[in-house]
Design a protein around this ligand. Structure first.
Ligand SMILES: *Cc1c(COP(=O)(O)O)cnc(C)c1O
Length: 421
């Protein structure tokens, strides 16, 4: 353990090999202290959008530190937060008129759930049940875990998790089952909200479903006066081909969560956007109806400046074209495996590609993820399979040649697995 005092996230230290120490980042690359270069094929856990250390974002952070650091955000405001809020209202689907800041994807989800319950309570008809989609992930705080899939990752905390209603994942051919189940659940007047990851269920295995299902879910929610929460923490900022995944459906959620790519992945920040109706439910001469939530670092000015620079990049650079080009490359390159018996369910949505490695037996499954990770790292590639699901979720600056290297390695990685089956 080399005298390290660091307890790493999602890490079993007893079996984890020594961790390389990263000393430098640029574009799609990380460099370690021994000079090894690693291609960041997962955007450092899905946060880095344009590439590491985009000069405009780094400049914005540097400049922001000339005038501001953290400022209490209750009773005071500041320009970076004001400007960013206006920009976010502009860039997100219509009807999302209010921006509440926090500091991580998980907290943006907690805020969304609290807004939903506050909405009904303040309107005099309390509701508290949340409907979730099977296999979803919404973060690791207690509330966010409660609305996420249950499994080995949260078994120890189960007694603290609140009960939810679950609709099945809308797998191909089974979409109507999902919609029917939601229709049935939403009739219950105790249901406050549906929370979903739009188009791509990320940590649950990069499962993808079509835009029309998302639109139908929203229509059912609207008919039953259930709030619709879009958790765009992963899907936002171009990942699915549009700035926000919801754009592809023509619907607007009642609440939208954004974090990861909000600052281009440079520095932590999150926002939960809400409709005017939700804000109005908390707007009253009665102080008890205020929205009771705060993070100490709410609307950190340096993080807001980074996010504003990210918005500037979206407005001034051809990011949409870059995203479209990457989406095309991903679809073309992963297609080589679509008839390959070693893989199944080869799929893409926008810039995200995923495929499942066929594995012989379930016992093997537990080990395949870490084994693959080590295999790729030895080849200078940062890939972190979710069990047997290999996915490529790179920053938008990645080149065709870099992706070729990666898909070549995926091809190679599948060899030992097919031998053992
Ligand atoms: C990563 C993620 C979260 C949690 O974000 P953190 O910043 O890690 O707390 C929530 N929802 C989705 C869909 C995510 O992918």
């Amino acid at each position: 353990m080399n005298g390290s005092a660091v307890w790493h996230p999602f890490t079993q230290h007893a079996v984890e090999p020594a961790m390389p120490s990263v000393v430098w980042t640029e574009g799609a690359w990380l460099q370690t202290n021994d000079g090894t270069r690693i291609l960041d094929a997962i955007s450092s856990w899905w946060v880095v959008t344009h590439g590491h250390r985009h000069p405009k974002i780094m400049d914005a952070i540097r400049n922001a530190t000339e005038t501001l650091d953290q400022v209490i955000f209750a009773g005071l405001t500041h320009e970076p937060a004001e400007q960013l809020a206006s920009a976010l209202v502009e860039m997100t689907p219509s009807g999302l008129d209010w921006v509440f800041y926090s500091d991580s994807g998980s907290t943006s989800v907690e805020v969304a759930l609290k807004m939903a319950l506050g909405f009904y309570r303040n309107n005099g008809a309390p509701r508290s049940r949340i409907v979730v989609m099977e296999s979803s992930y919404h973060g690791d705080t207690i509330g966010a875990m409660s609305v996420g899939a249950r499994g080995v990752f949260n078994a120890a905390y189960e007694p603290l998790l609140f009960e939810v209603d679950t609709i099945p994942f809308p797998a191909a051919g089974l979409e109507q089952k999902t919609l029917d189940r939601f229709e049935q659940l939403a009739r219950d007047r105790r249901v406050a909200a549906l929370i979903v990851e739009p188009l791509v269920v990320g940590a649950g295995g990069m499962l993808m479903y079509p835009a029309w299902v998302l639109a139908e879910l929203k229509h059912i929610a609207a008919r039953s006066e259930t709030l619709f929460i879009a958790d765009e923490v992963m899907t936002g900022w171009g990942r699915t081909g549009t700035v926000f995944a919801c754009e592809q459906t023509g619907i607007s959620p009642d609440i939208l969560c954004t974090s990861k790519g909000l600052t281009g992945g440079a520095i932590p920040l999150a926002a939960t956007l809400a409709t005017d109706a939700i804000f109005r439910a908390h707007y009253s001469k009665d102080r008890a109806k205020a929205f009771f939530h705060s993070s100490s670092y709410t609307a950190n000015p340096i993080a807001c400046a980074a996010a504003l620079a990210n918005v500037g990049i979206w407005n001034d650079e051809p990011v949409g074209k870059r995203v479209a080009a990457l989406a095309r490359m991903q679809a073309e390159k992963v297609a080589r495996f679509s008839e390959d018996p070693r893989f199944e369910d080869v799929r893409t949505t926008g810039t995200i590609a995923a495929l499942d490695l066929r594995v012989g037996n379930a016992g093997y499954l537990a080990e395949v993820g870490p084994r693959l990770r080590a295999f790729f790292l030895e080849r200078g590639l940062l890939v972190r399979p979710l069990g047997n699901v290999i996915y490529v979720l790179p920053p938008y600056c990645v080149t065709s040649g870099e992706l070729d290297r990666l898909y070549e390695a995926i091809d190679e990685a599948a060899e030992p697995a097919s031998d053992s089956t």
